[in-house]
Write a protein that binds this ligand. Structure first.
Ligand code: RIB
Length: 302
């Protein structure tokens, strides 16, 4: 069972602060960590740690952050031979603040992530020969991701798009990506209103499905998730955990959901896997560093 992830990889520079600073304000933080991140790479680490044979396709720059990222990810259970070193662009960077309530704000400098071109599609094509599922996000060029989605469909693989960070999508994105997993903010950008409860999430999911999505999964933050496909719909309650850092919780959700679907688990069970993986990611600091293992997931699920 294997998963291919095409997307971003960043060096995350994360500060822990009592609260997010106001404009013009200087705040003392309590600590600082440097860990590999990027929505694409986080999702790859989640899938790998949860037991899928996972290949990540992306780019770093030929710079100190790129070298640092490559050293830090060497021990992850992810095939990173599909990472190209780009001499013309800098390594992606994310500057992150996490407050005492575990909430975060993130600024991304895309660098090499937005320089993806036909070479990424070719590497995906190769990787998709033996994969059940392709995972995409929006931190790399959409046209390249959609070309990879097309290749995945031709190879018979399922395609899941996490529309993060938020941006409107063209019609073909809905048709090429049967599984779409926006959070509340991203849903608002896509459908024009922010769902605050399962009833509103159901309305949003119906709109997304009318545009061509087969399964819409609306992540509702602390309220957890609503899902709707042609055959079924439902709401998954949140798992109770002690959250210290919500960075990459959505990425972990997607990794968990992807692995469960690649293992051909029923949709309702797969959403629970996503919810449990997302919850576990909030209990540890950092992005890829916070992705749960399969043993941790099983413990929470049982
Ligand atoms: O989703 C969290 C991620 O967003 C961080 O790891 C950061 O790199 C940004 O891409």
């Amino acid at each position: 069972m294997s998963v291919v992830v095409l997307g971003s990889i960043n060096m995350d520079l994360t500060t822990y602060v009592p609260r997010l600073p106001a404009p013009g304000e200087t705040l003392f933080g309590s600590s600082f960590i440097t860990v590999p991140g990027g929505k694409g790479f986080n999702q790859a680490v989640a899938a790998g740690r949860l037991g899928a044979a996972t290949q990540f396709i992306g780019r770093v720059g030929q710079d100190a952050f790129g070298k640092g990222v490559m050293e830090l990810i060497a021990d992850e259970p992810v095939d990173v031979s599909g990472i190209l070193v780009d001499a013309d662009n800098s390594t992606g960077l994310a500057v992150i603040n996490v407050d005492a309530q575990a909430e975060n704000s993130i600024i991304v400098i895309s660098g090499a992530n937005m320089a993806h071109d036909a070479r990424e599609v070719a590497r995906c094509h190769e990787a998709l020969r033996s994969a059940e599922l392709l995972l995409l996000q929006l931190e790399s060029p959409l046209d390249i991701s959609l070309a990879a989605a097309q290749a995945a469909r031709e190879a018979g693989a399922l395609v899941m798009l996490d529309p993060a960070p938020a941006r409107p999508l063209p019609t073909d994105a809905y048709q090429l990506c049967p599984i779409l997993t926006p959070n509340e903010l991203e849903t608002e950008v896509l459908v024009g209103f922010r769902p605050t409860n399962p009833t509103e999430a159901a309305q949003a999911a119906s709109i997304l499905r009318e545009r061509g999505v087969e399964t819409a999964v609306i992540k509702l933050g602390a309220q957890c998730a609503y899902y709707q496909s042609g055959q079924e719909s439902g709401f998954v309650e949140p798992f109770s955990v002690e959250a210290i850092d919500t960075v990459a919780a959505g990425d972990s959700f997607n990794g968990g959901l992807a692995v469960a679907l690649a293992e051909k688990r029923p949709l309702a069970e797969a959403i629970r896997w996503g919810a449990a993986a997302g919850a576990l990611a909030t209990t540890k600091p950092g992005a890829s560093s916070a992705m749960p293992t399969r043993a941790e997931l099983m413990k929470l699920l049982t």
